[in-house]
Ligand binder design. Sequence first.
Ligand code: ATP
Ligand code: MG
Length: 256
Amino acid sequence: MARIFAIANQKGGVGKTTTSVNLAAALAATGQRVLLIDLDPQGNATMGSGIDKRSLVKSVYHVLVGLATLTEARAPAPEGKYDVLPANRDLAGAEIELVELEHRETRLKRELSAHDHEYDFVLIDCPPSLSLLTLNGLCAANGVIIPMQCEYFALEGLSDLVNTIKKVHANLNRDLKIIGLLRVMFDPRNTLGQQVSAQLEAHFGDKVFRTIVPRNIRLAEAPSHGMPGVVFDRAAKGSQAYMAFAEEMIERMKTL
Ligand code: ATP
Ligand code: MG
């Protein structure tokens, strides 16, 4: 059975997509069968996986509104040994169309359930909102991975996300739990960063992943080459961190 994880944080630009793409590629590099679902109309995980969002015939939008199956819409990442269910701006319309449809929160879950045996990991890159799209991600998932920067306001936004996850758990998806908080874009020379990092560990204990992803320019450059950082420059510090994170995830799965 596939482990399904939503990579979520309603705050924008905190590293959700970078984490989704690199974790997908890193898990795939260790031989795991991985599907990456781009649930963001920005289509960054799609582009970052080397798939042109402007030339999609079928995308996650079509799957959500019932116009295509997962099999019809998914495509292999050209460089990464994982599959992608891609997205583009069409998905912005789904938000409105879904409201009218039956089972609007669980449409992704329903489609995925038929493909459970085909993957070891399914990663869902959520948009920066607590919208119906994110809700579909949270309903389909067994767990949430929360990437965050160690800065002052990071902790404020976290309580909204944790409350949403609690509500989804109570009303829509009893399987859902927070797998962990991932510290990203970390700069060890920044004192505030170290303080927030220590606070996170104090409050959330072992819900904070051991792996810390440093700020690393190679991770930011990789998407413009249509490649995950771990493929583009696997020796870079950031790529090494995501490889270590993949190992930590595999390890953690054994204890879940
Ligand atoms: P959005 O909320 O818009 O979907 P996001 O949470 O998916 O954003 P990313 O797109 O992954 O965030 O990252 C935001 C920016 O920071 C991007 O330009 C990305 O390349 C850069 N970035 C992410 N992680 C790192 C890192 N560890 N080191 C350096 N740059 C990074
Ligand atoms: Mg993103």
